[in-house]
Design a protein around this ligand. Structure first.
Ligand SMILES: [Ca+2]
Ligand SMILES: [Ca+2]
Length: 378
């Protein structure tokens, strides 16, 4: 694993207002209850997570993990990341810290890889290690879980990671790889939410194992699961990019079938209809669905004080909708609350240590891959 010299790395980024940087008039931002500050620019960033000291790890789709310090704009590459297959929707994906990061320094991340002529999403972990000269690595990186089966194609990997609030379980999403039927296949991890032990082995007591399902499976019938997050009461929420007219927010409960591709409020992009969700059909319906779609990416449960009016909300980045979407929670109920035009594809939403909202723009298709920070106006 190569370590890069620190001296080659730092460069200074100048924070400036969104209005100055984008040339947008102020009317647009004046309609928003937040000020948007441009913090940094990345190359097709995919996910971020904050370290306890306020710095952040940011993944870039092509395979780089970067240690970013918002205080001074310094970027340090993190070595030790295995080769990723960055093609289509694949690449270096999510990054989260171990619940015991302060002690174990463990970082979990997901990525797509090619093996034996097929592709799939893998989950890995390594130990964060910064040397006295600043060089930074994940040491002892080990792949602890691989989706099964690996198939051809570059789409719908999913690859989102979340730890349960008690820190005992690691939830991991596997998309259906644009193959449809694997989402209902008990033997495939594709199109599923998985519950694993922190070492990547299937958690004991998963709800469908006794029925012959892959022992890692927690729920099934999903399409492209691009966000999972726990709320303050321990409920697991998920968002997925559905078919045409069928983007969803789901409340994930163990053992349930969320329907895809048998039922969906949307229909296939090639025009074939899919039966809508209906009461009593045996499939768990979404709490919220969108038509027209938002193309959701990333999912944050907001719990901080900087925006007190948004406590107990989910925030979702919108790709094709180029928006930030807020969904209001009330126990097991969820409802659409806000959708703000951000003028760029939003890939990731994160809560900062100070309670600000941090966004990553997607790269490509007219979006610049910037890191944005949202703070209250006035
Ligand atoms: Ca994140
Ligand atoms: Ca339908």
């Amino acid at each position: 694993m190569r370590r890069l010299p620190l001296a080659a790395l730092p460069f200074v980024l100048i924070a400036c207002s969104a209005d100055n940087a984008t040339g947008q008039n102020s009317t647009n931002s004046a309609d928003k209850p937040f000020k948007t500050s441009i913090i940094a620019d990345f190359d097709s960033p995919w996910a971020m997570t904050f370290l306890p000291d306020g710095r952040a790890l940011v993944t870039e789709k092509a395979g780089d993990m970067i240690l970013f310090d918002p205080k001074n704009g310094t970027k340090i590459p993190v070595s030790g990341i295995p080769a990723v297959d960055s093609a289509g929707q694949g690449g270096l994906m999510d990054v989260v810290l171990s619940p015991e990061f302060g002690q174990d320094k463990t970082v979990y991340f997901s990525f797509s890889e090619a093996r034996n002529g097929a592709k799939g999403v893998a989950l890995a972990r390594g130990q964060f290690n910064q040397a006295s000269d600043g060089t930074t690595a994940l040491d002892d990186v080990t792949v602890i879980f691989r989706a099964s089966p690996y198939v051809e194609g570059n789409g719908h990997y999913s690859g989102r990671i979340a730890f349960s609030p008690d820190g005992r379980y690691l939830f991991f999403t596997n998309g259906e790889r644009q193959k449809f039927d694997p989402a209902q296949d008990p033997k495939a991890t594709l199109g599923k939410v998985l519950r694993l032990n922190p070492d990547g082995t299937p958690a004991a007591g998963n709800p469908l194992a006794a029925q012959g399902f892959d022992p890692a499976i927690w729920s099934y019938g999903h399409r492209n699961l691009l966000g999972i997050a726990f709320d303050k009461d321990g409920r697991l929420w998920e968002q997925e990019m559905g078919p045409k007219g069928g983007d969803e927010v789901n409340l994930i409960k163990p053992g349930l079938n969320y329907g895809y591709p048998k039922v969906s409020n949307g229909d296939h992009y090639d025009g074939r209809p899919i039966t809508d969700h209906a009461p009593g059909d045996g499939f768990e319906a979404p709490k919220v669905s969108w038509n027209p779609v938002i193309s959701p990416a990333g999912l944050l449960y907001y719990s901080a004080d900087m925006f007190p009016q948004w406590k107990n909300s989910l925030f979702i980045g919108g790709l094709s909708s180029e928006s930030l979407v807020r969904v209001k929670l009330d126990g097991e109920k969820a409802s659409k609350a806000d959708q703000w035009d951000m003028g760029a594809r939003i890939r990731e939403v994160e809560q900062g240590p100070d309670g600000a909202l941090w966004l990553l723009e997607d790269g490509g298709q007219g979006s610049q891959g910037r890191m944005l920070k949202l703070t209250p106006t006035g």
